[in-house]
Design a protein around this ligand. Structure first.
Ligand code: SF4
Length: 227
C-alpha cells in the first residue's frame, strides 16, 4: 500500500514540475546539480546545505551566487580564505560566523581527503560539526547522487497526513521511503523535492490548504476532513 502511494506521489510530482519550480526545485536529470534552484556544482550544493540551516533559501542562494562570482565555491580557495573575508560575504545569513567556521573546516577536510568523492560517506559526514542527518543525506543525494533519502519535518508531516499514519520521528520517513522504493536517485530527488514543495505551499501545521493541494486526491487526511 505504501509503495503504491509513493509511486502515485511520484507521478503527481512529475506532472506538477512548474509548482515545484515555484518553490525552488528544478526537476532535471538524475545527475544534474540544478535540482537546487539551478545551482551549478556539487561544491555549491555542499556549501548551500550548511548555509541554509535556520536561514531563508532566497538569501542563501544570493550569497552562494556571490561566492561563485568571487571564486569561493572552489574548496582550495575557500580553505585559504580568512574568516573575515567570508564574514563580509555571508553577513546577513543567520549564524553566519558559526557557518563560516564550518565551511572553512569542511573545505579543509575535503582537500585533505583528496577528492570530493571520498567525502560522500555518511558516517564521515555525520562526524563533522554542523552536519546532522538531514544535511548529510541531502548532500549525499543532491551533490553525490547517492540513493539516500533525506529525513525532514516536511516529510514527517506530509506523509503522515497522506498515508493516515503517525510518523513521530524524521528518521521514520527515511526508513519508510528506503524500504518501499527502489534505491533510485532520480525518484528520491523527485520525491523529496515534491514533499518539501507540498509542505511549503499547502501542508501547513495549522490550517493546511487542502483544497489547493496537488495531493488531495490521494490524501487520507483530506478524505477524512473534507465535507
Ligand atoms: S491534502 Fe491537505 S493534508 Fe493532504 S498533503 Fe495536501 S495540504 Fe497536506
Amino acid at each position: 500500500m505504501v509503495r503504491k502511494i509513493l509511486d502515485t506521489l511520484l507521478k503527481i510530482f512529475e506532472n506538477n514540475k512548474s509548482i515545484l519550480k515555484e518553490k525552488g526545485w528544478i526537476v532535471s536529470s538524475e545527475t544534474s546539480y540544478e535540482w537546487w534552484d539551478g545551482l551549478k556544482s556539487a561544491e555549491e550544493i555542499i556549501i548551500s546545505a550548511i548555509l541554509v540551516q535556520m536561514s531563508r533559501w532566497e538569501i542563501v542562494k544570493s550569497k552562494v551566487e556571490e561566492m561563485r562570482s568571487k571564486g569561493l565555491t572552489d574548496f582550495y580557495k575557500l580553505c585559504n580564505t580568512t574568516e573575515q573575508e567570508l564574514y563580509d560575504v555571508l553577513k546577513g545569513i543567520n549564524f553566519y560566523k558559526t557557518k563560516v567556521k564550518r565551511l572553512i573546516n569542511l573545505s579543509k577536510i575535503i582537500i585533505n581527503l583528496g577528492s570530493v568523492e571520498k567525502f560522500y560517506n555518511r558516517n564521515l559526514l555525520l562526524s563533522i560539526d554542523g552536519i546532522g542527518e538531514e544535511t548529510a543525506d541531502s548532500i549525499l543525494l543532491f551533490a553525490g547522487h547517492k540513493p539516500n533519502f533525506p529525513p525532514s519535518e516536511y516529510g514527517k508531516r506530509v506523509l503522515s497526513r497522506v498515508l493516515g499514519i503517525s510518523i513521530k520521528k524524521k528518521n521514520e520517513v527515511k526508513r519508510l521511503v528506503e524500504e518501499n522504493l527502489e534505491r533510485n536517485v532520480y525518484e528520491y530527488k523527485l520525491l523529496h523535492a515534491g514533499i518539501v514543495t507540498v509542505g511549503r505551499a499547502f501542508c501547513f501545521i495549522e490550517n493546511p490548504k487542502c483544497e489547493d493541494c496537488i495531493l488531495k486526491k490521494v490524501c487520507k487526511y483530506y478524505r477524512e476532513n473534507s465535507s
